[in-house]
Design a protein around this ligand. Structure first.
Ligand code: GDP
Ligand code: MG
Length: 380
């Protein structure tokens, strides 16, 4: 999506006069880009209407930067679509909370449960995992393996087939053990079906969770809205987590899931590994969506790789970033874990940092460094 939206915006900035025609043309491009990214049709239409209402070209004084205003309007509207304004329930450390995960089979629930537990454990919580998936053979083993690896207490059964009973037993046990974040993993089915929703309703009623998190595969496309809404109707969803955002996910599902559940997107899964899990930030997401790059996310990443030259960060912030600093930055990235830091750098785009191509990426960066090495101080 980033690509096509960026192209639409680029088209706009290439034209010297911004009039009604250019705005319409631009809106058409953006509409196409959003639909291609699997944003639900109705949401796209709403967005288009809102932008037209906000941007009244006739009423702008000639001195105004119209491009900027249009771009800002799109940015704000996309942010508004993702920001429900209502904070989801926030578990409190030291106080028992029960969090139930729901979603279709294969969406990434079990993986995400452990990521969520681990994320909180690192921050000093005492999480615990309950496997209430008795539908899929091997479900308990999978959770057990994940939990053991992450050193998180777990509960489940190989023989009991009633998910409600296991959920209740597990939650009770961990309440007695004073765990402060009790996470209930549930079953899914391949399709949305009445039996699944009835099971979710029963588990929810029996365990009375403080928060139900809907987990959705970020790449499912136009089906996102209906799927999210169907779950919302059986369980009181309070938050959404999108998974597989590392793969071919186009981002549109995020807008649909938030709109359908009226719940905020709190985290995204960006890989199969336990640590590939990020707090969702609306503004960064929209900036990336629009191909604007994301300086704030970029800076976070650099701090993660223990960037050694903090004075450069200040220079980035005040716009005095030089090739020399870029060189140092590349160097420290080659040393540290590169993560996705580079994909966040405005202008570079995600292309440079494809997952699973770390070797190629490193080679690319080394090439850039060689190019820089051959430059004079004046950059020639
Ligand atoms: P569940 O059926 O909803 O419990 O889904 P699982 O947790 O078993 O995940 C299904 C598959 O998706 C597994 O192969 C996971 O490794 C994979 N998976 C989960 N989250 C992510 C993610 O964020 N990125 C990628 N690439 N794969 C994921
Ligand atoms: Mg599972």
């Amino acid at each position: 999506l980033g690509g096509s939206l960026a192209r639409a915006l680029q088209k706009m900035s290439n034209s010297t006069i911004i009039d009604e025609n250019v705005l319409n043309e631009c809106l058409k491009e953006i509409t196409r880009a959003l639909l291609q990214a699997d944003v639900q049709f109705k949401l796209v239409r709403d967005l288009q209407m809102n932008i037209k209402n906000i941007v009244n070209l006739d009423h702008l004084a000639p001195g105004h930067n119209k491009r900027n205003i249009i771009q800002q309007a799109i940015f704000k509207e996309l942010c508004k679509m993702l920001d429900t304004g209502e904070p989801s329930f926030m578990p409190k450390k030291g106080k028992t909370s029960v969090v139930m995960f729901v979603g279709l089979q294969g969406s990434g629930k079990t993986t995400t449960c452990t990521k969520y537990a681990l994320y909180h454990q690192k921050k000093g919580w005492k999480p615990a995992l309950v496997c209430a998936d008795t539908f899929r053979a091997g479900a308990f083993d999978q959770l057990k393996q994940n939990a053991t690896k992450a050193k998180i207490p777990f509960y489940g059964s190989y023989v009991e087939s009633d998910p409600v009973q296991i959920a209740v037993e597990g939650v009770d046990r961990f309440k007695k053990e004073n765990r402060d974040l009790i996470i209930v993993d549930t079953s899914g089915r391949h399709k949305q079906e009445a039996a699944l929703f009835e099971e979710m309703r029963q588990v929810s009623e029996a365990t009375n969770p403080d928060l139900a998190i809907f987990v959705m595969d970020g790449s499912i496309g136009q089906a996102a809205y209906d799927q999210a809404q169907a779950f919302k109707q059986s369980v009181a969803i309070g938050a959404v987590i999108l998974t597989k955002m590392d793969g071919h996910a186009k981002g549109g599902g995020a807008l649909s899931a938030v709109a359908a559940t009226k719940s905020p997107l709190t985290f995204i899964g960006t890989g199969e590994h336990m640590h590939e899990f990020e707090v969702f930030n609306v503004q960064s997401f929209v900036k990336r969506l629009m191909g604007m790059g994301d300086l704030s996310g970029f800076i976070d990443k650099i701090q993660e790789v223990e960037y050694q030259q903090p004075e450069h960060m200040l220079k980035i912030l005040d716009g005095n970033f030089t090739l020399r600093m870029m060189y140092d930055l590349y160097q420290s990235m080659l040393k540290g874990s590169m993560g996705q830091a580079l994909s966040l750098l405005p202008g570079l785009g995600a292309k440079l940092m494809r997952k699973g191509q770390e070797k190629e990426n490193q080679a690319k960066i080394k090439r850039y460094m060689v190019m820089m090495d051959s430059m004079t101080k004046e950059g020639k």
